[in-house]
Ligand binder design. Structure first.
Ligand code: ATP
Length: 244
């Protein structure tokens, strides 16, 4: 893991508009080393757009997203720094899980031995030689996570990673995230499942209508409000029920 006193992720006044529509406005927050940060917000709040800017998949209009002090596009070996699970839709149905990982490993020059290691880590080894077309949603999520772990990154950016996982899978994912952070890694976890976030996150960032509505250490932030994470979240986002 990368040891550093700078934040693993430093999001600084990020803004992004689409055809004049301000999807993300002046968003700033940090993800510190060894912390799990839950990124929460209603549909259309700007979470995915923020995540895409962190990963260099969308260019901000202003502001910056720094990964250990550098933008994603300036990283020499980004997959060794950041692993991302955005959605499982990009998987080719005709390829096996192992073939997917072989291609991904070659792209980032990860040693072939990593393929079996990550298959074991995500519990997909028994299905590795089956075509992705026959995978359940939860198995596809596990495969995406395996690909994210190939480069042994110190940061994980996960967008709805629990989608499709069964209760045992959710428990497994929580343990994986927790042990990743306990070993010094950092996790940005975007999720609508508040109960999952409450169980695993150290810090939360709530985005509503493109802006940061609240950010801070989970327990103290929720305690200061009184009630639980759900009532806190619902109060903060009450004006943005329904998509923008
Ligand atoms: N490529 C794009 N072109 C035009 N508008 C976009 C584009 N990407 C996102 N938007 C708009 O920006 C806003 C923020 O979208 P974003 O996907 O970031 O929200 P989100 O918080 O991830 O939502 P969800 O929880 O539903 O995934 C939405 O109003 C969306 O319609």
């Amino acid at each position: 893991m990368t040891k550093s006193t700078t934040p693993a992720l430093a999001i600084r006044e990020l803004s992004k508009s689409f055809s004049g529509y301000r999807a993300v406005e002046n968003v700033s927050f940090d993800v510190l080393n060894g912390r799990v940060v839950g990124l929460l917000g209603p549909n259309g709040a700007g979470k995915t757009t923020t995540t895409r800017m962190i990963l260099g998949l969308a260019a901000p209009d202003s502001g910056e997203a720094l990964i250990h002090g550098r933008s994603y596009r300036d990283l020499e070996r980004p997959a060794r720094m950041v692993g991302a699970v955005l959605d499982a839709a990009g998987l080719h149905p005709g390829r096996t899980g192992r073939e997917h990982l072989r291609i991904a490993a070659a792209q980032i020059a990860a040693p072939p031995a990593r393929i079996d290691a990550v298959l074991d880590e995500v519990g997909l080894a028994p299905a590795a030689n089956r075509r992705v077309a026959g995978y359940s949603l939860g198995m596809r999520q596990r495969l995406s996570l395996a690909a994210a772990l190939l480069g042994e990154p110190s940061i994980l950016v996960l967008d709805e990673p629990a989608n499709g996982l069964d209760p045992a899978g959710m428990h497994w994912l929580r343990e994986l995230i927790r042990s990743f952070a306990d070993a010094g890694g950092s996790v940005l976890l975007s999720s609508h499942v508040l109960s999952e976030v409450a169980l695993v996150a150290d810090d939360i960032v709530v985005i509503a209508q493109g802006r940061v509505a609240a950010a801070g250490e989970l327990q103290s932030t929720v305690a200061a409000h009184g009630g639980d994470l759900e009532s806190f979240y619902l109060d903060l986002t009450a004006t943005s029920a329904g998509v923008r």
